[in-house]
Design a protein. Structure first.
Length: 208
């Protein structure tokens, strides 16, 4: 695969611990994996490895990649029992690692220049009948209006943040991306706060 520049390639993680977003992101992920009886996943953009450490406690075998050198180093130091490597959605990951019943990719797609490549890489990593579980910050009409009306737009998009968010997704646009890639049975769950002002949305999409 071609390798466009990675916006998150030098994203710096300060530790391998808990982030507040894990409190509302991880429970729905675990629920879906338990419902489907999935015991093996690929984590596309595993960050500092904390989520994989939680999944491993559930007896789920994880293999994660992340383009952040600091994230990979911290994860390997804190969780030596996990399989975490350098890599990104811009790499031919399926050729290297094979296919999995599920791909988990939390708070990643908003960081990538080429979201179609991210989606295609995830699709190729999933075995037929498997599922993509991905999340991204939620953007809906009411939330966008309130952000603008309260003067929080600059704080929200934060253009001065190095390696921050460069894509802002709605359910419509993210669904369109996944449908064009070949995913089906796409459904969303809004998490964090109440639905209209949700922090993030989690999408579940199947590979036929």
């Amino acid at each position: 695969m071609a390798s466009p520049p990675s916006v998150s390639g030098t994203y710096v993680h300060l530790n391998a611990g808990h982030d507040p977003s894990h409190d509302y992101l991880v429970p729905p992920v675990l629920k879906e994996l338990r419902t489907r009886k999935i015991r093996r996943i690929f984590d596309l953009g595993c960050g500092n490895g904390f989520v994989d450490s939680l999944l491993s406690r559930e007896g789920i075998e994880t293999l994660g990649v992340d383009p952040s050198q600091s994230g990979v180093e911290l994860a390997n130091a804190a969780y030596p029992h996990l399989k975490i490597h350098s890599g990104s959605a811009y790499d031919d990951l399926a050729a290297k690692w094979g296919v999995f019943p599920a791909v988990v990719s939390l708070e990643v797609v908003e960081h990538v220049y080429d979201p179609f490549l991210w989606a295609r890489t995830a699709f190729e990593l999933i075995e037929p009948g498997g599922v993509l579980i991905a999340s991204t910050p939620y953007h809906g009409w009411l939330k966008n209006v309130l952000i603008a009306a309260t003067g929080k737009f600059d704080e929200h998009v934060h253009p001065l943040r190095t390696h921050g968010h460069i894509k802002f997704w709605s359910m419509k646009t993210l669904r369109g991306l996944l449908e064009k890639t070949g995913f089906s049975s796409i459904r969303f769950e809004r998490v964090g706060r109440f639905p209209q002002l949700a922090c993030s949305m989690i999408v579940f999409a199947e590979k036929p």
